[in-house]
Design a protein around this ligand. Structure first.
Ligand code: SAM
Length: 234
């Protein structure tokens, strides 16, 4: 059965967007995963289908209403009873490779994309919504964040990426950033490819790549390097 992504959004016309292209698009067409949008506007109130109102306590902007969001969520839950419900939010737990792996182990995801100043806090508690952030910056809406989360998940689904190895050696999968990559030509603008990569000695190549991955990780992301399990002396 396909892995199912459902997105509750005020802008369903943004989808599939970039997810319809290349690997994720081919996998979508092949039925490896499915994408459904739930237009929150349809659950809006009154003649104008209002979905937002002014913040209690005053201040700038508008807040998405709990009652409207709950109606959209409960509708979506009918078709998707078991998938985790996630609100994309700058206040959420960080999206990581580990979380993407966790999410593809389940039936799919139910994603709520916010707009304006965000959503009424009460709906988060009442519908037990998990919050996930794609980074420490503020987007104008949750749709791009939902696409980022979906893309990170979909490329991990079986059959989406041809060579299994190309996933297992990637950044984050072993807790390290990736080693440097090279391809033809052998010399370009006076720069050469490290000799070891042309040696044909697979053991030496693997050792070099591991050492480079450790060097790059220590240089660029000491926070990641510090979390690595200590390697036992050999
Ligand atoms: N007032 C909110 C705050 O300061 O936390 C920001 C609201 S933002 C303008 C509108 C919507 O974009 C949010 O409801 C959320 O769905 C989405 N969004 C913005 N930044 C995000 C991020 N870093 N990760 C995930 N979603 C984000």
């Amino acid at each position: 059965p396909p892995w199912r992504a459902t997105v509750l959004t005020l802008f369903p016309e943004m989808f599939p967007g970039p997810l319809g292209i290349s690997l994720s698009g081919q996998a979508l067409e092949a039925g490896v995963w499915s994408l459904t949008t739930v237009p929150i506007r349809e659950f809006g109130l009154g003649r104008h289908r209002a979905v937002d109102d002014t913040p209690a306590g005053g201040g700038a902007g508008m807040v998405m209403r709990a009652d409207v969001l709950a109606a959209a969520i409960d509708h979506a839950r009918g078709a998707e009873p078991d998938a985790p419900l996630i609100y994309l939010s700058p206040r959420g737990e960080p999206l990581t490779q580990a979380l993407a792996r966790e999410l593809i182990a389940g039936p799919g995801v139910l994603l709520l994309a916010g707009r304006f100043e965000g959503v009424d806090e009460r709906v988060l508690a009442a519908r037990q919504i998990r919050e996930v952030s794609i980074g420490d910056y503020v987007l104008s809406g949750g749709e791009l964040a939902a696409m980022v989360l979906i893309d990170a998940c979909v490329r991990l689904l079986p059959g989406v990426i041809g060579a299994e190895g190309s996933l297992s050696e990637e950044s984050f999968e072993g807790g390290l950033l990736e080693y440097p990559q090279y391809t033809k030509p052998r010399e370009w603008e006076g720069r050469t490819i490290p000799d070891v990569l042309l040696s044909g000695d697979h053991k030496k190549i693997a050792e070099w790549r591991h050492a480079e991955a450790e060097r790059v990780t220590a240089e660029r992301r000491p926070d990641l390097a510090a979390r690595l399990p200590r390697r036992r002396p050999t």
